[in-house]
Design a protein around this ligand. Structure first.
Ligand SMILES: *Cc1c(COP(=O)(O)O)cnc(C)c1O
Length: 404
C-alpha cells in the first residue's frame, strides 16, 4: 500500500501487512510454519545469520517468518515506530523491554499501578541481578524528575494503570526523562494504537499485550514491542538472545484481529459507557474508574492525550458483605470470571489493588471490581447486572460488614 502515512488508522488496519502478489494472490499473509530455513550456499547462510537483527531478516524460524514480519510492520506503522518485535506474550514484551535497558547496578522507575507481573519481575529476577526498582505514584507527573538518579536506566509507564485506571501525564513524565537522558517505555495495551499513540507524545518504546484487543478473540497469547530505529537492534537482540519467538498461528491471529479492531473498539467503548451510566445510578456503587467519565480524576489528561476509551473499567462498591459480592459475580450469566480481557466477551472479576502497591494506598470504602464490556447487546448485559444486584441485596440486607 502506498502513502500509508496520509491515511486513517481504519484504512491502515484493512491494508497493512498484506502482500497478495507474494502469496499466490491470497488476501491474507499466510501462516509460515518453519524452524529450519534452507539456504543455497554456506555463504548465504552466514550472511543471513549476520543480518538476523535487521528488520524483516531471519536465519531460523525463531527469528521470524513473513507472517511475523507482517504483524510487526503493521503494529509499528500504527504506533509510528521504525520497527516492532513480536514475542510470545504481553508479559514477555514487558520483560524484553526491561532487560533491554536494565544493567547490573542500574535503577528502574515503575508506576505503582503497574500490571502486577511487571512488578513481580522487578522484585524477583531483576533484583537478583542487581537492578533496583522504585515504584512511583502514577499521578506524579513532572515530579518524576526528583526520583530520577544518575543510574536510572528506564522510566516505565502504564496508562491507565491496571485495576485502578489512573491516567498518567505522559508528556510531563517524558519531558523530565528526556531532560535527564533516560529512555521511556509505556504499556499501551488498554488504549491500543487506535486510541493512543504514545510515540507522538515522545515515548521511546511502546509495548502491547496483543493477547488483549489486537488478537481480540481470547484465543492467542501474543506480545509486541515498538520502538524507533535507535533502539530497534537492542530490543531485537534481547528478544532473540532470550529465544522469545511468537508462534506462527498466534501472529496470524494477531494480524486477523487487527482487521476488525476499529469496529470492535467502537462497540466496546459505547457499551462500556452504557454500563457506566447505568452503574452510576446504582446505590450500591461507590465510584466508577473509567477515564472517559467527566468525574474521573485525570479525565482532562485523557481528553488531551487519547482518542477514545476501550471496554475495560473498574468500580468500587460501598461497604458490603463479601458474600453479597460473591452472589453478584458468581451468578452472572453473560459476564465470565477469568483473567485477561479484550476478547469479544464480557468479564467481571473481584480485584485487590491495595495488595499490589508499595508507594501509594488504595483504600476505597468497599470491594473493587473490574468489568470488561464485550460485544453482547448492552441491554442484555444490563439485565444480567440488574439480576446480580438483586442477589447482592438479598444477602446484603442488614448491616454492612466488608470494606475495601
Ligand atoms: C494482560 C496484560 C499484560 C500481559 O499480557 P499477557 O499476554 O497476558 O502476558 C500486560 N500488560 C497489561 C496492561 C495487561 O493487561
Amino acid at each position: 500500500m502506498k502513502k500509508a502515512a496520509a491515511r486513517h488508522p481504519e484504512t491502515l488496519l484493512a491494508h497493512l501487512g498484506r502482500d497478495p502478489a507474494s502469496h499466490f494472490g491470497a488476501v491474507n499473509t499466510p501462516v509460515y510454519h518453519a524452524s529450519t530455513l534452507l539456504f543455497d550456499s554456506v555463504e548465504a547462510m552466514q550472511e543471513a545469520g549476520h543480518r538476523r537483527l535487521e528488520k524483516g531478516k531471519s536465519s531460523y524460524g525463531r527469528s521470524g517468518t513473513p507472517t511475523t514480519f507482517a504483524f510487526e510492520d503493521t503494529v509499528a506503522a500504527l504506533e509510528g515506530g521504525y520497527g516492532a518485535v513480536a514475542v510470545s506474550s504481553g508479559l514477555q514484551a514487558i520483560t524484553v523491554t526491561l532487560m533491554s535497558f536494565a544493567t547490573a547496578g542500574s535503577h528502574l522507575l515503575m508506576p505503582d499501578s503497574v500490571y502486577f507481573p511487571a512488578r513481580r519481575i522487578c522484585d524477583s529476577l531483576l533484583q537478583r541481578l542487581g537492578v533496583e526498582t522504585t515504584f512511583y505514584d502514577p499521578a506524579i507527573g513532572a515530579g518524576i524528575a526528583e526520583l530520577i538518579r544518575d543510574n536510572t536506566a528506564l522510566v516505565y509507564l502504564e496508562s491507565p494503570g491496571s485495576l485502578t485506571f489512573e491516567v498518567q501525564d505522559v508528556p510531563a513524565i517524558v519531558a523530565a526523562a528526556q531532560a535527564a537522558g533516560v529512555v521511556t517505555a509505556i504499556d499501551n495495551t488498554w488504549a491500543t494504537p487506535l486510541y493512543c499513540t504514545p510515540r507522538s507524545l515522545g515515548v521511546d518504546v511502546v509495548l502491547h499485550a496483543a493477547t488483549k484487543y489486537l488478537v481480540g478473540h481470547s484465543d492467542a497469547m501474543l506480545g509486541v514491542v515498538v520502538c524507533g530505529e535507535q533502539h530497534y537492534a537492542q530490543l531485537r537482540r534481547t528478544s532473540q538472545f532470550l529465544g522469545c519467538a511468537a508462534a506462527p498461528d498466534d501472529v496470524y491471529l494477531g494480524l486477523r484481529g487487527l482487521r476488525t479492531l476499529a469496529v470492535r473498539l467502537e462497540r466496546h467503548q459505547s457499551t462500556a459507557l452504557r454500563l457506566c451510566a447505568w452503574l452510576a445510578e446504582r446505590p450500591e456503587v461507590d465510584r466508577l474508574l473509567y477515564p472517559a467519565l467527566p468525574g474521573h480524576p485525570q479525565h482532562a489528561i485523557w481528553q488531551r492525550d487519547f482518542r477514545g476509551a476501550s471496554g475495560l473499567f473498574g468500580l468500587t462498591l460501598k461497604p458490603c458483605k463479601s458474600e453479597a459480592v460473591l452472589a453478584l459475580v458468581d451468578g452472572l450469566d453473560l459476564f465470565g470470571i477469568g483473567a485477561s480481557w479484550g476478547g469479544y466477551e464480557s468479564l467481571m472479576i473481584v480485584t485487590d489493588p491495595d495488595s499490589a502497591r508499595s508507594a501509594t494506598r488504595w483504600n476505597p470504602p468497599g470491594p473493587s471490581l473490574r468489568i470488561h464490556a464485550g460485544l453482547e447487546h448492552p441491554d442484555d448485559l444490563i439485565a444480567d447486572l440488574e439480576a446480580g444486584f438483586a442477589r447482592f441485596n438479598e444477602i446484603n440486607r442488614g448491616q454492612a460488614t466488608l470494606t475495601g
